[in-house]
Design a protein around this ligand. Sequence first.
Ligand code: NAP
Length: 271
Amino acid sequence: MRRMRLGNTQINLPVVGIGTWGMGGKFEADHSRDEEAAKAIVKAVKLGMNHIDTAEFYGNGHTEEIVGMALQRIRRDEVFITSKIWPTHLNWKDALNSIEATLKKLGTDHVDLYLIHWPSAETNIKESIDIMNSILDKGYTRYIGVSNFSIAEVAEAVENSKAPIVCNQIRYNIQDKSAKASGLIDYCMNKGISIVAYSPLNRMEISSSILKKLKKIAQNHSATPIQIALAWITTQGIFTIPKAVNDSHLIENAKAGDILLSGDEMDYLKS
Ligand code: NAP
């Protein structure tokens, strides 16, 4: 598994981590497959995908409990945990409750990275960032970052933050390249803010024309088209966090973290 530096920190994260949206439910808690999901997280970590991405929003809070179940079977220092605060909680009254509840569900005294899940409609960016810095100052997280922020929002966040903004987690995959086209990715990376690509497999909705190209490149690497879709992201210096529960998916995704595409291959996949 290749690793890269997260933002301007000293942390080397695996290029491929594990996402958790849908584990333990999506908008509501679903307890029916808890053990399968917890096992998948443990397996992901053992395969080297030890960057676990979760959020208080997922499964109406239950997903963090599943990550907590997995953490009971792993050493805390084996993993790098990212969680996110939901924008309606991003105010002085609710934010501490959010992070404290997250830590309780995870069974740890800190997360490694805490993100603003989406910009808040009620709290402006300066105040949002002040709140995130106060959570950092309390030692509840080691680093802070943002998610789904535009160029202007990232600029305002950076300008108002005492602590570095280490990442912007955004939707990016070979099917949806809009974050590259808008200049958002280059803007962040030039400022030393890592990009973490979510929905890297576009939730498995990949057009037949793109799939055909992925298959062609896959032959060069004795790999699968899915692995090339992930390597296309990580070759750009971008982290990713595919969600997988299925055993063979986990193995496939972890192995994708070893693949680096050539300049010619990236050109071929450009259009
Ligand atoms: P995704 O990772 O693109 O797709 C997940 C789907 O792909 C699951 O159905 C999974 O199936 C399947 N899959 C995974 N690996 C596969 C493989 N090798 N072969 C075939 N199918 C495979 O979509 P996502 O869950 O939306 O995004 C990933 C993570 O990003 C989320 O889980 C979440 O942590 C994060 N995220 C963040 C935001 C945000 O606003 N910040 C938004 C969306 C997502 P199985 O589960 O059955 O293995």
